[in-house]
Design a protein around this ligand. Structure first.
Ligand SMILES: Nc1nc2c(ncn2[C@@H]2O[C@H](COP(=O)(O)OP(=O)(O)OP(=O)(O)O)[C@@H](O)[C@H]2O)c(=O)[nH]1
Length: 246
């Protein structure tokens, strides 16, 4: 059909075309937004459960290196002290469940302890790390445990880690001593090496199993669920520093 540009029908046709185009854009935008939202949701839901774990222990025992070995399979030699707290994420599969863990690396230095203690209360599992070449760091584990008992939730899972197992010649703490201390507090225990990647994934997997077991035993406790959203900046954005040296 040929239409004159002057005819009222032509103007109507033009208007319909215009509306159609706008409607398409509108529908496409809506579809796009819904698509992106669904995609993000699906991506966000690539796990069944979320956990928060914490690494505690004296400065220099290797907490940051343990974390970097787990998440990035990296080892960095110079000791760059963590300032305040830092965290990394990792998804692991345990007993057929995809578990997303947020792991907080805390500064071992005394001066940051007011900040780091604020992070204890939201943890489901806490690693107490000492250095097998430093008897002092092992003795300090008792002090770290009493802090955990004071500030962390009752149900928190504790796990003792003796790091730097590769430094056998410098060893000051025997495996037996580590085992005994762990037993006396009812904790699991592993010696690790961030340097040689020894027992790292084993420690995190075992800790995840312990948290899962605890959540099954006490389903009403303040343990994570798949609906629990992790806030990357908690507990207070202003008090968080990024320090991971790896
Ligand atoms: N030989 C050996 N050295 C390690 C190992 N893990 C860490 N180190 C070294 O120990 C030093 C301290 O490591 P970090 O991971 O920074 O220690 P940290 O506990 O995070 O220290 P703060 O952040 O000060 O609390 C670094 O020089 C590391 O290279 C290990 O398994 N074996």
């Amino acid at each position: 059909m040929v239409m004159s540009e002057a005819s009222p029908n032509y103007r109507k046709y033009e208007r319909i075309q215009h509306l159609n185009t706008r409607t398409h854009i509108h529908v496409d935008e809506q579809f796009g937004r819904r698509f992106v939202r669904n995609l993000l949701h699906a991506m966000a839901k690539q796990y069944d459960v979320l956990f928060r774990l914490l690494l505690l222990g004296d400065s220099g025992v290797g907490k940051t290196c343990l974390l970097c070995r787990l998440t990035d399979n990296e080892f960095l030699s110079p000791h760059i002290s963590t300032i305040g707290v830092d965290f990394k994420m990792k998804t692991i599969e345990v007993n057929g469940l995809k578990v997303r863990i947020q792991i907080w690396d805390t500064a071992g230095q005394e001066r940051y302890q007011t900040i780091t203690k604020q992070y204890y209360r939201r943890a489901q599992g806490i690693f107490l790390v000492y250095d097998i070449t430093s008897y002092v760091s092992f003795q300090h584990i008792m002090k770290w445990i009493s802090d955990v008992d004071e500030y962390a939730p009752r149900i928190v899972q504790k796990f003792l880690v003796g790091n730097k197992r590769d430094e056998e010649l410098q060893r000051q703490v025997t495996t037996e001593q580590g085992n005994k201390l762990a037993q006396s507090y009812g904790m699991d225990f592993l010696e690790t090496s961030a340097f040689t990647n020894y027992n790292i994934s084993e420690a995190f997997t075992r800790m995840t199993e312990l948290v899962l077991e605890a959540s099954r035993k006490e389903p009403d406790s303040d343990l994570p669920s798949s609906n629990d959203e992790l806030n990357d900046t908690e507990p207070d954005q202003e008090q968080q520093y990024s320090t991971c040296s790896c």
